[in-house]
Design a protein around this ligand. Structure first.
Ligand SMILES: Cc1cc2nc3c(=O)[nH]c(=O)nc-3n(C[C@H](O)[C@H](O)[C@H](O)COP(=O)(O)OP(=O)(O)OC[C@H]3O[C@@H](n4cnc5c(N)ncnc54)[C@H](O)[C@@H]3O)c2cc1C
Length: 587
């Protein structure tokens, strides 16, 4: 394979905008991505793109039944699909290629405009490219070429993909389905175009444990509350354990493909090192490579350690998850302790697999299968009473938020899940938003968590809830701004889970409890970091503050340690939030 160089390998992108811009009167105003109108959102909800795609795919299947054998079969790998093992679309494409005795070709589309529209950050794009580069090597060992192509504008993706496949004389296009509205619309168009050109399009569901649309309430409706949904999720899964089966690995192509005039050169096409506008700062890029190694093997080892090693204080911060030092002990492991441990932020109590699950470097099925092997169980354990059960419930949350996205696409169009909260009045202080982003709010747990994300590209779930609740309830700043900042900085930035988490915190989303959920950040801090070790690690100004005061420094202590004083008084802010939620539109 040719060595990748910076000059040949960069692709023009566009970068992320500032979140505030000066208005004519000099006042800084938040800048939003386009927010759909209530009517536009309702129209999309009434005819969800996933259902349209499924109709279009059926039509393709019916009209392109006896497709002639072409010269290859293509698998279009997406940025949520970055693995070879247990990949349904890749597996199906491979068996079709074997059946037709033609080579399998893998296509990867780089779409800078989509990255901009979806607030992707440089870290996520860098992680994507690192994984694609590894995959190219592994596929090449199977004589399968992986070809990357950058396409802009994004609306031309369907036509460009189909013409490329025509050039390759591909008989079929295989892909895993993405549930985001833009991606579904892209796939609908691709499939319609494929049908016109007589190309078989096979788009399959692979991202989740249970596909959207299967679980319904007794009244035949989509669930909007997690607990009853999760009970049905678990029962249904245990009745259909074959849904967890591993997709067969792809077969190697005949090595002659390397001599093919059309396909031979694809083995040499380089994977870009970066996308213009999405390049990590040098130091940050180096750190991300160390803390978040690419590849399914690394993800699998992380899972292994989660199942077999105990939590350590030394793993609080930015360290490679695969550093030596954790003794393996069947009795002490993170997953068994997870039911209580998962809310502690001063140890590595969770798996830290989210970047790998978001980018599909490891399958969610694999995670659940490994819990069954761990327990030597024939059924999936998903109860709240055990560590394993609790962890499986977290994997289920990922399914849940994707089901919400598929059934109520409004959430990805900037609309609240509950429309009645569309008029909640938000504060627009740039100073406060900036302080939140930089970890200078004067609330140590909020500041520690934000600083952690800024250097590590990841944040503990409990901290995500605390900082999101603080932004939306204490500072009363619009959840959409926080959602966007998270997406731009997290390595695991995922539309469904991020939106679900933000709307939960802002009380505009799915939650059994309505608007009155307001966390007290100080009591949260005492529970999740009892000795203040996490705070001392990130809020170094306060490292020498003794005892409980570290959770809530007095103005004098803050001044003495050159730490900012609190931006707002929690009690007053809480009352303001309750008022504004009670009567959306009021101040
Ligand atoms: C405001 C907010 C924003 C969030 N944004 C994202 C995001 O962009 N991407 C993302 O993957 N998760 C997001 N989450 C969910 C959760 O915080 C992370 O998945 C989790 O912290 C990742 O750490 P882990 O891999 O160690 O998780 P573990 O505790 O080991 O859980 C295993 C896996 O289960 C899934 N999971 C766990 N908790 C949740 C949850 N609450 N919702 C959905 N899936 C979950 C993740 O895939 C995770 O990797 C968000 C939560 C909140 C409150």
């Amino acid at each position: 394979m040719k060595k990748r160089t910076l000059s040949q390998a960069s692709i023009d992108g566009g970068g992320n905008d500032d979140q505030y811009k000066k208005a004519r009167n000099g006042e800084a105003k938040p800048v939003y991505n386009r927010i759909a109108s209530k009517e536009e959102a309702a129209a999309v909800d009434a005819n969800p793109p996933l259902e349209i795609l499924s109709r279009v795919l059926k039509k393709n299947g019916a009209s392109v039944k006896d497709v002639k054998k072409g010269e290859c079969v293509a698998y279009w790998m997406r940025m949520e699909d970055l693995r070879i093992v247990d990949n349904r679309a890749l597996s199906r494409a491979s068996s079709k290629a074997q059946q037709d005795s033609v080579p399998l070709i893998v296509l990867f589309v780089i779409s800078p405009q989509d990255y901009k529209a979806h607030d992707r950050g440089a870290r996520r794009i860098d992680f994507m490219l690192r994984n694609v580069a590894l995959l190219k090597e592994s596929l090449s060992e199977l004589h399968i070429p992986l070809h990357t192509v950058s396409i802009s504008p994004r609306k031309s993706i369907p036509s460009k993909v189909i013409s490329l496949l025509q050039e390759w004389r591909a008989s079929g296009l295989y892909a895993n389905i993405s549930y985001e509205v833009d991606e579904l619309r892209r796939d609908i168009q691709t499939c319609e175009l494929g049908t016109k050109k007589g190309m078989r399009c096979v788009f399959v569901q692979d991202r989740l444990i249970i596909d959207p649309g299967i679980l319904k309430t007794k009244e035949g409706k989509v669930y909007s509350v997690y607990s009853p949904w999760q009970r049905q999720w678990l029962d249904t899964l245990n009745q259909n354990l074959d849904w967890l089966s591993e997709a067969p690995a792809p077969q190697a192509n005949n090595s002659e493909v390397r001599q093919s005039k059309t396909f031979g050169k694809l083995f040499d096409s380089p994977v870009p090192e970066f996308v213009e506008g999405y390049q990590c700062e040098a130091e940050d890029g180096k750190n991300m490579t160390e803390f978040w190694p690419a590849g399914t093997e690394a993800a699998s080892q992380m899972l292994d350690r989660f199942l077999n090693t105990k939590a350590r204080k030394s793993q609080i911060g930015e360290v490679s998850p695969l550093t030596e030092g954790a003794e393996s002990s069947a009795k002490q492991n993170r997953i068994s302790e997870y039911a209580e441990g998962r809310n502690r932020v001063d140890l590595d109590t969770s798996s830290r697999l989210s970047p790998y699950l978001t980018s599909g470097v490891i399958s969610a099925r694999e995670c659940v299968r490994r819990t069954m092997t761990f327990l030597k169980a024939k059924q999936v354990k998903g109860d709240r009473g055990s560590g394993v059960g609790m962890w499986v419930q977290e994997i289920a949350w990922r399914d849940f938020y994707n089901h919400i996205l598929a059934a109520a696409p409004r959430v990805s169009m900037g609309r609240p899940y509950h429309e009645k909260y569309a008029n909640v009045k938000w504060e627009t202080s740039e100073k406060h938003f900036q302080a939140w982003k930089e970890g200078r709010t004067g609330v140590p747990i909020v500041d520690a968590a934000m600083r952690q994300m800024n250097v590590f590209g990841w944040m503990h779930n409990r901290c995500r809830m605390i900082v999101a609740m603080y932004l939306t309830k204490d500072l009363m700043i619009d959840w959409r701004l926080g959602e966007r900042y998270f997406s731009q900085n997290l390595l695991d930035g995922d539309l469904a889970s991020n939106n679900g988490g933000w709307q939960w915190a802002a009380s505009t989303g799915t939650d059994a409890q309505p608007y009155f959920r307001v966390f007290n950040p100080v009591s949260q801090s005492m529970k999740c970091d009892p000795d203040g070790a996490y705070l001392r690690r990130y809020v170094t100004e306060l490292a020498k503050v003794k005892g409980k005061e570290i959770h809530d420094p007095s103005p004098d202590t803050a001044d003495a340690h050159r730490y900012p004083r609190k931006l707002v008084d929690h009690k007053e802010a809480r009352e303001r939030a309750l008022r504004r939620y009670k009567e959306p539109g009021s101040l």
